[in-house]
Design a protein around this ligand. Structure first.
Ligand code: DON
Length: 306
């Protein structure tokens, strides 16, 4: 569908866009990322992959892990029970919005991909404080075909020390009975999950697995139910890129999820998955270079689902 040479050319052609963004700094350790880093990996549904640019270099997964948390919550809890606590609607606010908690329904988070919704989804994963983190880590390992995933301890500590906005959101949700139990423990698990190191290939495989109805095209392992993948991708379409989700859908036609580490994964049902990494972010908190790359790849490879 695309040659190695063309993929390399595209990374070079999109380098200009990295200069239009800035690395995240509200988590102090993320400010040390290289703003010019840019890479991409394509994985098709037969397990054939191709990478270009700095695709091997790892960043922290950040909000992209919210898709794995949501998939595990869907596996552990009926959808109607989950949606009593978390809505499935779009938001125009930022990912760490404190006002995106509905006034009705005990202040439900608007969707599972903003911080409040991800923390509430993690709360709904089975296993309690002893088992939740490992359940999501195991799923993430299966989705990425990578059983050697590890946590960036410095980013984890940096976010734990400064994540007061998430603390406020989580304690507020405890006050409205969306979550219960030890809030600091739940946040610790959330911060650890956001700090897992991934590269473009990990993200592309995870996206291709979603696009393949839950069956990992590299390992052949069934990681998630097809219906859960459809739900997770539907929410990616409406909320995966936060306030830019609509514009991104118009430009690419792809369900995608971004993270402030600079990663984006895009799942193209029936075709494959893309993983891009570029730590320089636009004002919405999405990778500036990554969005440029995904737009051009969507056009050249005819990847829009619309
Ligand atoms: O909770 C946070 O603020 C970060 N750990 C994750 C935010 C994030 O990645 C938003 N994505 N663009």
């Amino acid at each position: 569908m695309i040659t190695q040479q063309r993929l390399e050319e595209l990374v070079n052609e999109c380098a200009f866009a990295t200069k239009q963004g800035k690395v995240a700094s509200y988590i102090p350790k993320l400010a040390e990322a290289d703003p010019q880093q840019l890479g991409v990996y394509w994985m098709d549904l037969e397990g054939n992959g191709m990478g270009a640019g700095e695709w091997e270099k790892r960043v922290t997964v950040q909000s992209i892990v919210k898709v794995a948390i949501f998939l595990q919550a869907l596996a552990d809890c009926p959808l109607d029970e989950l949606t009593r606590r978390i809505s499935l609607n779009a938001t125009a606010e930022t990912f760490n919005s404190i006002v995106d908690l509905e006034v009705k329904n005990h202040h439900r988070p608007l969707n599972p991909y903003i911080n409040s919704g991800a923390i509430a989804s993690l709360y709904m994963v089975s296993g309690g404080p002893e088992g939740r983190l490992q359940r999501v880590m195991d799923l993430l390992g299966k989705l990425t075909a990578n059983d050697a995933l590890s946590i960036d301890e410095q980013v984890y500590v940096s976010e734990k020390q400064t994540g007061h906005r998430n603390r406020a959101i989580a304690y507020f949700m405890k006050s409205t009975q969306i979550i219960d139990g030890d809030v600091e423990q739940l946040l610790d698990e959330y911060f650890r999950l956001c700090s897992v190191k991934v590269n473009c290939r990990d993200l592309a495989i995870m996206a291709a697995t979603l696009a393949n109805g839950g069956k990992n095209p590299v390992t052949g392992v069934c990681c998630a139910r097809k219906s859960h993948c459809k739900t997770a991708m539907a929410v990616m379409v409406s909320c995966g890129m936060y306030g830019q989700s609509g514009e991104f859908l118009v430009r690419t036609g792809m369900p995608a999820k971004s993270g402030v580490g600079g990663g984006i994964m895009a799942a193209i049902p029936g075709k494959g998955g893309l993983g891009v990494v570029g730590p320089a972010l636009n004002e919405t908190g999405n990778s500036a270079g990554g969005i440029e790359l995904l737009s051009r790849l969507s056009d050249e490879m005819d990847l829009s689902i619309l």
